[in-house]
Design a protein around this ligand. Structure first.
Ligand code: MN
Length: 213
C-alpha cells in the first residue's frame, strides 16, 4: 500500500494562536502532501513500495542508488510530519503543560529539569542553520536531544543524518521557515516559545514507552 497523507487529529485552526490555520493548511495539505506523492513516485515498482515508512528511512543504504535521495527527502518528510502533527494538540485537549510519570522522570534525569530540557531543546532548534528539525530521541534507553538538516530523521542513523544523530524520535519540532513564517516571519525563537503551548505530552509519553520497550 502506498504511503498516505494522515488526517490531522484536530481542526486547522485548533492550534491558534500558537500556530495559525493558514500555516497548518499549507503545511499539511501542500508540503506534507507533496512529500507523500513524491515518496510514492520514487518507491513505485520497487520492493519497498509496501513497507512501513519508518522501515524505509532506516534502510536507505539498501535502496537503489538512483532512488535514495528522493526517498531520503520525501519519505523522510512524510515520517517527520506525521510525527509532528501527532505530538501537538490544542490546549483544551491536552496540549501544553508538562510531562508526567516515567517521561518526566527520564527528562529530569537526562537534562536536570524540565525547564533545562526546554532550554536545551530550544537551543538545538534555534541553532539548526537553515531548514531542519530538533528531536527528543530515545537512544540506549535514555533521552537525548539531536537536530537534523532538511528532512533527515534520527532513524536514518549516523551514516546519513550525521555524527551522533541516531535513536528513536519521540518529539520533533519542524524549524523550516514554512512552519512559522506567516505568523513569526524571521523570529524562529518566538515560534519555538509558542510551540511549547501545544506539545501533546501524553502522545510523547506513549512514544517514549514504546521506544523504551
Ligand atoms: Mn514542514
Amino acid at each position: 500500500m502506498p504511503l498516505t497523507l494522515p488526517n490531522l487529529p484536530y481542526a486547522l485552526n485548533a492550534l491558534e494562536p500558537h500556530i495559525d490555520a493558514r500555516t497548518m493548511e499549507i503545511h499539511s495539505q501542500k508540503h506534507h502532501a507533496a512529500y507523500v506523492t513524491n515518496a510514492n513516485n520514487a518507491l513505485a515498482g520497487t520492493p519497498w513500495a509496501d513497507k512501513a515508512p519508518e522501515e524505509i528511512i532506516a534502510s536507505l543504504a539498501a535502496l537503489p542508488e538512483d532512488k535514495r535521495a528522493a526517498v531520503r527527502n520525501n519519505a523522510g518528510g512524510h515520517v517527520n510530519h506525521a510525527l509532528f502533527w501527532s505530538v501537538m494538540a490544542p490546549p483544551a485537549h491536552g496540549g501544553g503543560g508538562a510531562p508526567a510519570g516515567a517521561l518526566a522522570e527520564a527528562i529530569a534525569k537526562a537534562f536536570g529539569s524540565f525547564d533545562s530540557f526546554k532550554a536545551q531543546f530550544a537551543d538545538a532548534a534555534v541553532k539548526r542553520f537553515g531548514s531542519g528539525w530538533a528531536w527528543l530521541v530515545v537512544k540506549n534507553k535514555a533521552l537525548a536531544i539531536v537536530s537534523t538538516a532538511n528532512q533527515d530523521n534520527p532513524l536514518m542513523g549516523e551514516a546519513v543524518a550525521g555524527s551522533g544523530v541516531s535513536g528513536t524520535p519521540v518529539l520533533g519540532l519542524d524549524v523550516w521557515e514554512h512552519a512559522y513564517y506567516l505568523t513569526y516571519q524571521n523570529r524562529r525563537a518566538d515560534y519555538i516559545a509558542a510551540w511549547w503551548g501545544v506539545v501533546h505530552w501524553a502522545e510523547v509519553a506513549r512514544r517514549f514507552q514504546a521506544a523504551m520497550g
